[in-house]
Design a protein around this ligand. Structure first.
Ligand code: PMP
Ligand code: GLN
Length: 378
């Protein structure tokens, strides 16, 4: 059989979680919380099931949830998206991203991605018959290099994919970065896919700069979000896409044949839970405390901390600890030290190895302490 994705194996997250389980390691690899979500959210979903919301919802999503998402975006970013024609509920951000790509990328089109990038982007582009053009973020700082991005634009460029707060580097784009992207794209018809799944995890008083805040970006953007990240329910796989009506219409043409629609009772539960903004407004402080606990725990170790200003990840430089490459180091760390991490090289097209690995701190404080006890021996 001729593979459609000959270069692709099993995702690093699945590989490292399996290795962590096999070796009884503390799993700071794959990004997911190990603590419970708010019981009120479970109650809201249970109540929706008991009220009989168990058949197909509308293809585009439960109206009350689309309205709640629209209201949230307007309150936070000052842009109104019409719930009927501009908001769609998806099976997580993963489906939102592949569906947006399948909807707009024609065979032979180029899509710019910024390396390191989330592992689904490039295979998604290739499945659409497109070509991923990988532009590196600046090594070390992970800042966008607009000169390099500009140089990568050709008449075939259909779209650019960005992600802030960023997985894996834990950096956050500033308003100036978004403005620079807006200026760069202004004379073009290049579309934007803005992966904002960590939108509520920005630390130290910083602010998430959604593409919704920038008229020139919003007009060309699919803005992708994930309830799994925001409400500690990654297994529920529900996300959203906000996009202008013309883009949403194309998105929905694919969405209806991709999944048709998404889990009804969870959508109803989320719609009622979203009435209270407190759970997501508290998220920066909640995760900042975990980041600080983890960073303070590593401060005396030979793992060198990189900045973490957003997302729930902490990257460290391993060069003072080991000569192994990132991937071998993560295997060794899991097997011998009992802590799983993710090599950054897994997020680069060419496996670029800068001796940096990623830990996820979306864990109970006790889990983080157990990991720190092991990591401090390094
Ligand atoms: N984009 C990024 C940057 C992510 O880190 C993740 C999840 N780890 C996703 C998309 C996928 O989100 P979901 O689980 O909602 O599909
Ligand atoms: N996005 C999560 C991470 O970066 C994992 C999601 C997955 O396992 N596909 O760790």
């Amino acid at each position: 059989l001729a593979s459609k994705l000959p270069q692709v194996g099993t995702t690093i997250f699945t590989v490292m979680s399996a290795l962590a389980a096999e070796h009884n390691a503390v799993n700071l690899g794959q990004g997911f919380p190990d603590f419970a979500c708010d019981p009120a959210l479970v109650d809201a979903v249970t109540a929706a099931m008991q009220a009989g919301h168990n058949q197909y919802p509308p293809m585009t999503g439960v109206p009350a949830l689309r309205e709640a998402v629209s209201a949230k975006i307007e309150a936070l970013h000052g842009r109104r998206y019409d719930p009927a024609s501009e908001i769609t509920i998806t099976a997580g951000a993963t489906q939102a991203i592949i569906t947006a790509i399948l909807a707009v990328v024609h065979p032979g089109d180029e899509v710019i991605v910024l390396d390191p990038c989330y592992d689904s982007y490039v295979p998604n582009i290739e499945l659409a018959g497109g070509r991923a053009v990988r532009v590196p973020l600046t090594p070390g700082s992970f800042r966008p290099d607009f000169g390099k991005i500009s140089a990568a634009i050709t008449p075939h460029t259909r779209a650019i994919l960005i992600n802030s707060p960023h997985n894996p580097s834990a950096t956050v784009w500033s308003a100036e970065d978004m403005q620079a992207l807006q200026d760069l794209l202004a004379p073009t018809d290049i579309l934007l896919i803005s992966d904002e799944v960590y939108e509520h995890m920005v630390f130290d008083g910083g602010q998430h700069q959604s593409a919704a805040r920038f008229a020139g970006l919003a007009a060309r953007a699919f803005i992708v979000s994930s309830f799994g990240k925001t409400f500690h329910v990654t297994g529920w796989k529900v996300g959203t896409v906000a996009a202008p009506a013309a883009l949403t219409a194309e998105f929905r043409k694919v969405h209806q044949f991709n999944v048709f629609t998404v889990n009804t009772p969870v959508q109803h539960g989320l719609a009622s839970y979203l009435k209270d903004p407190a759970p997501y407004l508290q998220l920066p402080a909640f995760y900042q405390a975990k980041r600080d606990l983890f960073r303070e725990g590593l401060a005396g170790s030979r793992l060198k901390l990189l900045p973490s200003t957003g997302s729930y990840f902490q990257c460290v430089d391993i060069s003072a600890v080991s000569d192994l490459n990132e991937s071998d180091f993560c295997q060794w760390l899991t097997r011998e030290i009992g802590v799983a991490a993710i090599p950054l090289s897994a997020f680069y097209g060419d496996g670029f190895d800068q001796r940096v690995v990623r830990f996820c701190f979306a864990k109970k404080d006790d889990t983080l302490r157990a990991a720190l006890e092991r990591l401090r021996k390094l």
